[in-house]
Design a protein around this ligand. Sequence first.
Ligand code: ADP
Ligand code: MG
Length: 393
Amino acid sequence: MSTLGIQDLSVEGKRVFVRVDFNVPVDERNEITDDTRIRAALPTIEYLMGQGAKVILASHFGRPKGKDERYRMDVVARRLSDLLHRQVIKADDCVGDEPKRLIEKMKPGEALLLENVRFHPEEEKNDPGFARQLAELADVYVNDAFGAAHRAHASTAGMAGLLPSAAGFLMQKEVSALGKVLSNPDKPFMAIIGGAKVSDKIQLLENFLSRVNTLAIGGGMANTFFKAQGFEVGKSLVEENHLDFARRLIDAASRQGVRLLLPGEVVVADRMAADASTRVVSPREVPEGWMILDIGPKAVDQFAQAVRESRTVFWNGPMGVFEIPAFAAGTEGMARAVASAPGTTVVGGGDSVAAIEKFGLAGHITHISTGGGASLEFLEGKELPGVAALAAK
Ligand code: ADP
Ligand code: MG
């Protein structure tokens, strides 16, 4: 099984269809609030433009049900033009005569953005006829949309079988960085898993258990592990139906010689609010009716010590309700510890990446995955359709 990269193809003068992930967040005035995803695709786009390809970009944007003016991608085309310092042509559809005519008129080295592929319901159905219509626009297919690679859609998977195909630079970088975490991380290898719920992370925990030397669990999901050990955790978020899973994981870790770290100190509050009363206590001493909303300073030290001893650290999931300043210190402390780790550091997951960026530490992390759901599925050990489709030939 081998996958070509764009650097392996000759693209000069060719029409190159590039599936990117331009699904950026916008505010109520339809202004882009974070253009990380657009920036992440620039290396591929600039390379192809420099090689003299006609660069045809396509993405989904939001969750429109059919054609919907609010999800037109003009705002994305404008931002991309700014970032490239070159005018990007914008098509009003992603298939048919209009984009064909525009592509016909393009000069080598120019870029064009097709309209939202989700304006056609056939996209998400991976409809073969629709994939063919998309493929008709180009000579070569490139997938750089790692963030959409967990979806088997026409533009993320179906098209790959119809044209010579290759992975863009972002796709290559994500697959190699996350692949290394899974298959040959430098040891000792530590994973820090947090976030709200155990149920979101069961497969991740199971897949990591046999690979890590140290597993640190924080965030809301630690509560279920506290409860599983018989601690009273008041009104904390607990998933009663996963207490057994938590017990099994604790046992499996000890059988397999994995050091399992649970926070030895937590921040509790009488309610989830910015002006709540708070205390720092042992997880064995949560006052009745109070709730755990962050890990305490001693837990940050405990996890940070293990980070310093590791050569690979993977982090997913905030340590507390970091959206509220009173419960953000654990996540910030963890972010700082990971940012100053001596070895390779990889951070994945929408909220964890947002936290790293919020604290201005992105530049100190070896690899920040742009993937969100795709990163998690990859790390759960699942085959991503978008990645598999590139390797199939
Ligand atoms: P990611 O997007 O990085 O994978 P998750 O989506 O799993 O992370 O979890 C993020 C959410 O977890 C945040 O909204 C945060 O407020 C919440 N969270 C963290 N700790 C707690 C806690 N102790 N109680 C309730 N919610 C929590
Ligand atoms: Mg999340």
